[in-house]
Design a protein around this ligand. Structure first.
Ligand SMILES: O=P(O)(O)OC[C@H]1O[C@H](O[C@H]2O[C@H](CO)[C@@H](O)[C@H](O)[C@H]2O)[C@H](O)[C@@H](O)[C@@H]1O
Length: 390
């Protein structure tokens, strides 16, 4: 199901603030004042922000211009990695002091969550499934699926992915979740009785595969033909670069170089730049050994989190604790939104030090699974306590 391109779409040019362009409720854009609580998201964040300045970020380099250099720097030769491993471990432990494990800080998190509803936002690749060479093989384990299913019984849960919404649903296969594909540019969320979003040009009410009424929000619908064209051009242009692959994520295109020899990185870089030069309405971002070509609109995973919180009736920070778990640069938009709202926790999945706006960290998808299981256990204990009191 797609929205028809809307040529009067308000989401094409960047300068106009999203609030006025979308006509979304003002709560979407308002940020509550900072709390004075010692363990509040803000106090932890302020500490983190002061400390994080020391952590160099290869990904930041990508954004400031040195694309090719950063591609190479992100791929150190194996020999060097081994030699540096003790040093790397030490650096990681130092970094962990700034971004503590969400597992060892679990009590702190749940103390803050008491009396609030947790809303869970989960990235897919590198968070629910381990990073693998072939994107088609990024399968989620059954144990992880059961963990996500269980957590969704207690907390509203959404998957927010760079993949197309259909693709990520194919991997996750859980109908009880909400899904936002294409970095949040394709959201299938709930319909609220009193909402006006269903009548927005970028949003329609429809039914999902189960026949349930849902709200489909596609702020970049008019870019579909352009994205298709760019996808085909990139496939053609990169066809001779061994190991490269191009993935159509519906409202964005991924150009993968994970399996490309380092000496060919420059060719990938050049192809992508040449193609995108013809499309001023598209922009380039980067992920884990991937370039992402996307519409130049003011929309990202952070906006998608706000949109979903609003749609779910969960935008009141006094009652709700959003938790976002992700591993990639595009997840930083969501971490940032939680920081700016002074509401909720970002959890970065990483086994190496990274510059981040998250509060906590988890090493890899297996720790993510452990965290989800802990949330379920905690909630069940809370429910038992409530029963005993009654
Ligand atoms: O937002 P996400 O769900 O994390 O999606 C981001 C990109 O993830 C996928 O690529 C990454 O994972 C692949 C499989 O492990 C890996 O081969 C690749 O190197 C990673 O960049 C996906 O294929 C992309 O389309 C997404 O944009």
């Amino acid at each position: 199901m797609d929205l028809k391109p809307n040529h009067n779409s308000p989401v094409i040019t960047d300068p106009v603030p999203v609030k006025s362009r979308f006509g979304l409720p003002s709560t979407l854009m308002s940020y509550p004042p900072a709390s004075n609580g010692l363990n509040s998201p803000t106090s932890i964040l302020l500490n983190n922000m002061q400390r994080r300045k020391n952590v160099p970020s290869k990904l930041d380099e990508l954004c400031t211009g040195g694309w090719l250099e950063a591609m190479i720097a992100c791929s150190p030769p194996r020999k060097k990695q081994t030699k540096d491993s003790d040093e790397n471990i030490e650096q990681y432990h130092k970094w962990m002091m700034k971004y503590p494990s969400a597992l060892t800080s679990f009590e702190q998190i749940t103390t803050y969550a008491r009396g609030k509803r947790i809303a869970l936002f989960l990235d897919y690749d590198g968070t629910l499934s381990p990073i693998v060479d072939n994107p088609e093989n990024a399968i989620m384990s059954d144990e992880m699926r059961i963990s996500v299913k269980n957590v969704a019984k207690y907390f509203p849960t959404a998957i927010i992915s760079g993949r197309s919404r259909d693709k990520v649903f194919e991997f996750v296969k859980l109908t009880e979740l909400y899904y936002a594909g294409s970095h949040g540019m394709d959201i299938m969320g709930p319909v609220r009785n009193n909402d006006t979003q269903g009548s927005h040009p970028n949003s329609i009410r429809t039914t999902d595969s189960q026949g349930k009424e849902v709200n489909l929000f596609q702020p970049a619908s008019e870019f579909l033909p352009m994205i298709d064209e760019v996808f085909r051009t990139l496939v053609e242009k990169t066809k001779d670069i061994k190991g490269s692959s191009v993935e159509n994520n519906k409202f964005c295109v991924s150009v993968h170089y994970r399996n490309v020899a380092m000496e060919d990185y420059g060719r990938v870089d050049q192809c992508v730049k040449e193609v995108i030069a013809n499309y001023p309405r598209l922009r380039l971002t980067s992920g884990r050994k991937v370039f992402e070509v996307r519409p130049r609109i003011d929309w990202n995973k952070g906006k998608a989190v706000e949109f979903l919180l609003e749609s779910l009736g969960l935008s009141d920070c006094n009652d709700v604790l959003p938790i976002y778990v992700g591993d990639d640069r595009t997840d930083e938009d969501a971490f940032k939104v939680l920081r700016e709202r002074n509401c909720g926790y970002g959890i970065l999945v990483s086994s190496v030090p990274k510059d981040t706006d998250a509060f906590y960290s988890l090493k890899d998808p297996s720790e993510v699974m452990e965290f989800l299981k802990s949330l379920v256990k905690w909630k069940e204990n809370c429910n038992l306590e409530v029963k005993k009191i009654r």
